[in-house]
Design a protein around this ligand. Structure first.
Ligand code: ADP
Ligand code: TRP
Length: 320
């Protein structure tokens, strides 16, 4: 089974991203062949400062490598290092009905929010289809919000195969929902757009400050509390063992536990859990050439697959 996924380099990764996407994506490298790339062409639809885009790519690369991406097992690359993907996108665009793109929620939502409706934003799903079909992926692990884009990819692959002969494997979405939505500091979904995140690699002082800001009710230390409705507990349990979780829940129910104390426990758990990742990230940060080499090697491997697929598609349409 071959899995491929992409991540946009926009904004600092947070605890919600880790449990909702990174951890399940990294687990896939244990199960089969995994491809993961940094979607910097796609990010150009929202990032328009060269410095910011470059820094975003570097951060995502460091974050994934620090958190356990093994470049021996996952083909890890930067989208712009395989520019041939645009030729494939063009070949796909000629079998993509406008109506299919007009129905995409992501496009409609962005335009409704005032993002200018340019061609890049509109054609975004076609480039995404090219990313996926290029490597003949079987499955595409994504969050719920990207499911429609994978369905568009399937439609495009089926249309192309019907018109020009079997060329692409038709991939299936794999919804990464092993963890319920991770709440942010204010209890809404943790999201960089809501400014309510615990960043994975912020300084110790900033991390502590963020955790101390988590919103709770105003029960006194003595009062019994309900773990099921507490944001601090919801985050604590992501890092705790089953036993620790039970012990903490019992302590909530009997009372005598202050929220400050639970926040401190959450901070300690998080800081300790990420300690090895943090150390690895600091090391990698000192070796940009090594990170670059990993991405270049990944791109060479991805390009092998891409060029094979592109050649078949060029032949199918009559360019060769
Ligand atoms: P953000 O909401 O911070 O902008 P993105 O939309 O860039 O995050 O999400 C990147 C990935 O992380 C997606 O696969 C998404 O499903 C996952 N993700 C983001 N926030 C959460 C969360 N609070 N809980 C679980 N998964 C999340
Ligand atoms: N659109 C995806 C997102 O915003 C990123 C992405 C680009 C992607 N190409 C992809 C994801 C191919 C999976 C497969 O999250």
């Amino acid at each position: 089974m071959r899995a491929l996924s992409g991540i946009q380099p926009s904004g600092k990764l947070h605890v919600g991203n880790y449990f909702g996407m990174m951890k399940p994506a990294l687990e896939l490298q244990e199960k089969g062949e995994a491809f993961l790339f940094i979607a910097n062409y796609h990010a150009l639809t929202s990032v328009n400062e060269a410095k910011v885009l470059r820094a975003g790519v570097r951060d995502v690369a460091l974050d994934f490598l620090a958190c356990g991406l093994d470049p021996e097992r996952t083909v890890f690359y930067r989208q712009s290092d395989v520019p041939e993907v645009h030729e494939l996108a063009w070949l796909l665009s000629i079998v993509t009905p406008l109506g299919l793109l007009e129905r995409c929620h992501s496009y409609k939502d962005k335009v409704a929010k005032g993002v200018p409706a340019n061609h890049g934003l509109f054609a975004y799903p076609v480039l995404m289809a090219a990313d996926i079909l290029a490597v003949q992926a079987d499955v595409v692990p994504v969050g719920q919000d990207q499911k429609q884009h994978v369905e568009v990819t399937r439609d495009i692959a089926i249309k192309f195969n019907q018109k020009f002969g079997e060329t692409f494997k038709v991939p299936a979405p794999m919804i990464l929902a092993s963890v319920a939505v991770v709440p942010g500091l204010d209890g809404q979904k943790m999201s960089k757009s809501y400014n309510n995140t615990i960043e994975l690699f912020a300084s110790q002082a900033d991390t502590r400050k963020a955790i101390m800001r988590i919103v709770t009710d105003s029960k006194t230390v003595a009062e019994p509390k309900d773990p099921a409705t507490c944001n601090v507990f919801a985050l604590y349990k992501l890092f705790a063992t089953a036993q620790e979780r039970e012990a903490m829940a019992a302590h909530y129910r009997v009372g005598g536990l202050g929220y400050g104390e639970v926040k401190q426990a959450l901070f300690d758990k998080f800081w300790t859990a990420f300690e090895p990742f943090r150390r690895r990230r600091e090391e990698l940060q000192k070796e940009p050439a090594r990170v670059e080499q990993i991405l270049q090697r990944g791109a060479a491997r991805a390009r092998e697959e891409l060029c094979k697929t592109l050649k078949a598609a060029r032949q199918a349409v009559g360019l060769e």
